[in-house]
Write a protein that binds this ligand. Structure first.
Ligand SMILES: *[C@@H]1O[C@H](CO)[C@@H](O)[C@H](O)[C@H]1NC(C)=O
Ligand SMILES: *[C@@H]1O[C@H](CO)[C@@H](O)[C@H](O)[C@H]1NC(C)=O
Length: 319
């Protein structure tokens, strides 16, 4: 039996197509987030960005650092034990520290991923979903300008070998024209190899961090939900939606073309009916149109002569 084609074709084809497909399904292209025809560029927010939430236990604090990279998975640090880090593919990681108030002890608590592409690590897909705040379901958001992002995929081991709880995060990107979004952020835990360092935003405004912890709901049925708020100018809708100029130009060309076509058709019809014109004579200004190639040729020759004339010093162009 003969094979109809090289057997490798299908493999090659799927290996070319699959990454494209994977990138499209629920991943984040932070340079071009398109929601309801609005386009946002969040690249400046990329990198490991942290927020610390502190719980007072009396003699100690439990400080949890939540670190997110909206643009790519968090980098892993070589000098930290793998079990003390979130797994490969994590976008949002939680690291707990128990810090005694006398400053004597500082111990690492739970470390767990809240979101990321974690199917192979015991979680699920990130399945990123964007919406405009004004269209989001909760009513209180309807007057605010910005974006809302839901990311999934994380998991947290239960206490004493209890059941694993799925984790997810809902991040509100609020339009704030006075902030880049990097103001007053705490340093991320040293668990992350930052792929590239970026300039911090200037400490300004009221000194509050641009990325804030809102709450962490653990009594939901399906998953624990971390809510963060990020105030940044990159979540502001641009005044002229992208493509507006192109849209105008397109309409202009279409209208101009239609006008010319209407003029020619109506003019021909008039010439035909009134003067019984045929052939070239049908067209309004038929002789002018017929002469266009000659006029063009003439014009080109003049231009050419002028250019050549100016090239030879002191020469005169033939008139
Ligand atoms: C932990 O939280 C407390 C209370 O907010 C704060 O004073 C302390 O500096 C925090 N420690 C670290 C290491 O973040
Ligand atoms: C994490 O993933 C990257 C690329 O996907 C790979 O190079 C690296 O070896 C992985 N690290 C671990 C600890 O699995």
């Amino acid at each position: 039996m003969r094979l109809r084609g090289p057997p490798g074709d299908a493999v090659i084809l799927s290996s070319i197509l699959f990454p494209l497909f994977a990138a499209a399904a629920g991943n984040i292209d932070c340079g071009r987030v398109v929601v309801d025809k609005q386009s946002f560029d969040l690249r400046e927010l990329g990198g490991a960005r942290s927020v610390v939430h502190s719980v007072d236990n009396g003699v100690s604090y439990t400080n949890t650092t939540y670190t997110i990279d909206v643009c790519r998975p968090l980098g892993k640090a070589k000098h930290v034990k793998p079990e003390d880090q979130c797994p490969n593919g994590t976008r949002l990681c939680a690291i707990e520290r128990v810090i005694s108030k006398d400053g004597e002890s500082d111990t690492l608590g739970k470390v767990y991923p809240i979101a990321g592409e974690l199917v192979e690590k015991g979680g699920s897909n990130m399945d990123a979903k964007w919406a405009l705040l004004q269209n989001s379901k909760s009513n209180e958001d309807s007057t605010k300008e910005g974006l809302i992002l839901e990311i999934n995929g994380g998991f947290k081991k239960g206490e004493d070998g209890g059941k694993k709880r799925p984790q997810k995060a809902i991040i509100e990107f609020l339009c704030d024209k006075s902030r880049t979004g990097l103001e007053n952020l705490p340093n991320p835990e040293d668990q992350y190899d930052e792929v590239e360092k970026r300039e911090e935003g200037e400490a300004e405004n009221d000194g509050t961090p641009s990325l804030e912890y809102v709450r962490y709901d653990t009594d939901g049925k399906d998953a624990d939900v971390l809510r963060l708020r990020w105030r940044t100018k990159y979540a502001c809708e641009s005044d002229t939606p992208p493509g507006a100029h192109w849209g105008f130009l397109t309409w202009f060309i279409i209208i101009a073309f239609m006008s010319i076509a209407t003029y020619l058709i109506f003019g021909s019809w008039l010439n035909y009916n009134r003067y019984g014109a045929r052939g070239w004579d049908l067209l309004p200004h038929g002789d002018t149109i017929r002469d266009v190639p000659y006029l063009m040729k003439d014009w080109f020759r003049r231009v050419l002569n002028t250019v050549q004339g100016s090239g030879t010093r002191g020469g005169y162009a033939a008139v």
